[in-house]
Design a protein around this ligand. Structure first.
Ligand SMILES: C[S@@+](CC[C@H](N)C(=O)[O-])C[C@H]1O[C@@H](n2cnc3c(N)ncnc32)[C@H](O)[C@@H]1O
Length: 304
């Protein structure tokens, strides 16, 4: 386990070529968050390009690189960073295998555009001969009792008993205040998001690298599954928390949200906050909300 409290470029330059089985990271987005300074977007892209070049150099020929990003936003205009950064990978011969949509339900409430509720993970490999263990991340089938109804397999179960491919849309809660993994970091990875990548794209003992380690969530995901982890984090306070979390992960006491746990639905758990105060005895809760919505929408009615 190696945690470098400093600039990722310095760490990357010390790593040998072709040695890392999985690079998984979420870089700063140039938004002016507490851990970054918003600067010229072209300079930001040039800096990302340099880091990406180094990550590709250290990547094992059968390895995977997962770059998790959202949007850069400037004066209300959004630039999806996966679109902006794609050429940095493609130009170096990397092959995209999936553009995974990570959907979550909490975040800023926008008023001049739709609220952002997804980010993406760009998954690239260095060659066509890459490691991918699908069985390690299968999820339960929707209809496990379904059988072939004709042909030579008629009567036999048609699904894979190990479960189905999880697909490329992943519904995983983001780490907000009531999440068991929450630290002081404003944008940490949920560990289960990285666990899927670690389990399917690496073997025990492989090296996993996160150049923008934050509070060490990706490194902890690797450690929890017997992989070796290396990362850099510029902010000393986050690096110290990452160190503590890695020690906890190694001794099996790191609080984590279990992989595959269903997303919590407050309306099904009888919470008083889910009852609509504007509902009355004559209308159902949903009915009365529709009345409110109808009167609000009246001003937008299409004129015939
Ligand atoms: C989006 S956050 C990553 C959070 C991380 N995925 C986690 O789960 O905690 C990006 C991180 O990169 C760090 N960072 C920014 N520039 C850096 C650099 N040049 N080298 C290393 N870390 C850097 C920031 O301090 C921030 O913690």
């Amino acid at each position: 386990m190696v945690l470098f409290a400093g600039d990722c470029i310095s760490l990357l330059r010390s790593i040998p070529d072709n040695s890392i089985r999985l690079v998984v990271t979420s870089p700063p987005y140039n938004l002016g968050k507490s851990y970054e300074r918003k600067g010229d977007f072209d300079k930001y892209l040039a800096w990302q390009d340099e880091v990406i070049g180094e990550c590709i150099r250290v990547l094992h020929p059968q390895g995977s690189l997962c770059w998790q990003v959202g949007n850069y936003v400037h004066e209300g205009e959004i630039v999806p960073l996966d679109i902006a950064l794609y050429s940095s990978f493609k130009r170096r011969g990397m092959k995209m295998r999936n553009r995974i949509i990570w959907h979550f339900e909490h975040g800023l409430h926008c008023t001049r555009r739709l609220s952002g509720r997804h980010e993406t993970i760009m998954w690239f490999t260095k060659s066509d001969d890459y490691l991918f263990n699908l069985d390690a991340i299968r999820v339960p089938q929707k209809y496990p009792g379904k059988k072939h109804f004709k042909g030579p397999k008629a009567g036999q179960y048609s699904c894979n008993p190990l479960g189905k491919n999880p697909g490329d849309v992943w519904v995983i809660p983001n780490v907000k205040n009531n999440h068991v993994e929450k630290t002081i970091h404003p944008c940490q990875f949920p560990i289960e998001l990285v666990e899927r990548l670690v389990l399917s794209m690496t073997e025990p003992g492989d090296w996993v690298l996160d150049p923008f380690a934050g509070v060490g969530s990706a490194l902890a995901a690797a450690a929890r599954h017997g992989r070796r982890a290396v990362g850099a984090e510029l902010d000393k306070e986050y690096a110290e928390i990452a160190k503590q979390r890695l020690l906890q992960a190694n001794s099996g006491v790191l609080p984590v949200r279990a992989m595959g746990q269903p997303v919590y639905d407050p309306s099904r758990s009888g919470k008083s906050l889910t009852m609509q105060p504007w509902a009355n005895s004559k209308t159902s809760a949903i009915g009365s909300q529709m009345v409110l919505l109808d009167s609000a929408r009246a001003q937008y009615k299409v004129k015939k």
